[in-house]
Design a protein around this ligand. Structure first.
Ligand code: NDP
Length: 453
């Protein structure tokens, strides 16, 4: 790292103590940007990096709500409006007990570069709450969403900030949030994406992140003249991204063998089929049960409970060709990365955001495998949100094939932009540098054009 980048990093740590995920995300981007800053001294004198690591606005608020027994709960709500250089703030809302300011700042920071990579006009933001939807009734989730929106509505709007879903925020939650926004503002606008099809949603939006991560893997494999056909794939998580990753893998003739939730994972050596996936979708989206039930239903599948005493995740220790981490941040550490490489994995396409630790990323890059970082590989979700915004503005809906076709094209373009930029800056095959630099350049030029803000 150059001394300039070291100085910026030191300032970030001093100003944002106790936010290790934010430090990790910033460090990775700054390391990639060293050659850019050397070639563009004007970015340095305009203090672009120092400005980019400071959110344009952070909103933090109380969310008080009542459970079904009348008990009162207080959660914390957040919206990080990171950068509006190239469009309205855009990024998901996460409802999970682990949510805190630092985690949302890391996600909002990554979102700026990811959104830029999609080539659509979207700035970066992220938000959410430490509310845990697990075990809550539909009515409790509704009351929470309404309480959350009764503050957030002041800060968002179709031309200002357009949230979407993320962990713990799916179609049900978007419905409750949208309903409350509409009531408070007395207007029906495309203020959220991931909406239901009957009220402004886009076909393929639920599928987009998972499908996109698979399309990105296809593009990486094509550079070596290979395809996904017949490849054994490890997938983590069992939510939105994982489900549609598995669906697309099956369609393309690959063999997904794992899924997980926070309690453990299943390994199905025979492969997760279309029928088994339908069971998982019902289990997770309707019955809201645990992945353990998969192994109870299908003979031959093994359930392994999570063990926090282990220094690695055994899900990543099975023979396979490809891995699609699709649960949460830092789910692949250095040891896991070593296990993946030892077991023959040579493609990693990240559906989740920052699922690999700094040490894990270094191992993938050293081994020169096809490693697609989340910023690029999971950008299909926000790209299709951008397509939903476009359809809302035109008051039109495109067909399934049209949206899927655009998604495929966007993923191919993102892949090409990352590959070409990595090559141009002297690190061919390094999609981390490619994604960070290509994402940064567009935002940087917009900031230069718009003056000191
Ligand atoms: P969901 O809430 O639908 O699913 C999340 C899955 O990951 C669940 O199986 C959940 O298990 C598991 N999980 C979550 N947190 C943890 C944890 N701390 N430890 C172990 N398992 C965990 O979320 P999504 O599928 O939407 O999101 C998954 C990842 O993809 C996230 O990193 C998200 O930021 C990223 N992403 C999502 C996009 C989208 O469009 N939805 C777009 C781009 C990225 P459990 O139910 O037990 O908590």
């Amino acid at each position: 790292m150059s001394s300039f980048v070291t100085d910026v990093m030191a300032e970030v740590k001093a100003k944002n103590p106790a936010e290790p995920e934010f430090h990790q995300a910033v460090r990775e981007v700054l390391e990639s940007l060293t050659p850019v800053i050397e070639r563009h001294p004007e970015y340095r004198s305009a203090r672009l990096l120092e400005r980019l690591v400071e959110p344009e606005r952070v909103i933090m608020f109380r969310v008080a709500w009542q459970d079904d027994q009348g008990g009162i709960h207080v959660n914390r709500g957040f919206r990080i409006e990171m950068s509006s250089a190239i469009g309205p703030y855009k990024g998901g809302l996460r409802f999970h007990a682990s949510v805190n300011l630092g985690i949302l700042k890391f996600l909002a920071f990554e979102q700026v570069f990811k959104n830029s990579l999609t080539t659509l006009p979207m700035g970066g933001g992220k938000g959410g709450s430490d509310f845990d939807p697990k075990g809550k009734s539909d009515n409790e989730v509704m009351r929470f969403c309404q309480a959350f929106m009764s503050e957030l509505f002041r800060h968002i709007g179709p031309n200002t900030d357009v949230p979407a879903g993320d962990i713990g925020v799916g179609g049900r939650e978007i419905g409750f949030l949208f309903g409350m926004y509409k009531k408070l503002r007395n207007e029906f606008t495309g203020v959220l994406t991931g909406k239901g099809l009957g009220w402004g949603g886009s076909l393929i939006r639920p599928e987009a992140t998972g499908y996109g991560a698979v399309y990105f893997a296809q593009e990486m494999l094509a550079t070596r003249g290979e395809s996904l056909e017949g490849k054994t794939c490890l997938v983590s998580g069992s939510g939105n991204v994982s489900q549609y990753t598995v669906e697309k893998l099956i369609q393309l003739g690959a063999c997904p063998v794992t899924l997980s939730d926070s309690n453990g994972y299943i390994y199905d050596e025979k492969g997760i089929t279309k029928e088994k996936l339908a069971f998982v979708m019902d289990l997770k989206n309707a019955r809201r049960g645990r992945i353990r039930e998969y192994a109870e239903k299908y003979a031959g599948a093994v359930y392994v409970p999570a063990d926090s005493r282990l220094d690695h995740n055994p899900l990543w220790d099975h023979a396979a060709h490809c891995a699609f981490p699709s649960a949460t941040q830092n789910e692949i550490n250095g040891k896991d990365a070593g296990n993946l490489l030892k077991n023959g994995v040579f493609v990693v396409s990240e559906g989740a955001n920052m699922p690999t630790t700094t040490e894990g990323v270094a191992r993938f890059l050293d081994a020169k495998i096809l490693y697609g970082p989340g910023k690029a590989a999971n950008a299909g979700g926000v790209a299709t949100s951008g397509l939903e915004m476009a359809q809302n503005s035109m008051r039109m809906s495109w067909g399934r094939q049209e949206v899927d076709g655009r998604l495929r094209e966007i993923m191919a373009n993102i892949h090409q932009a990352c590959a070409q930029t990595a090559e141009r800056f002297g690190t061919p095959g390094n999609y981390v540098n490619g994604a960070n630099i290509a994402g940064f350049l567009k935002v940087a030029d917009a900031m230069m054009d718009q003056g000191l803000l």
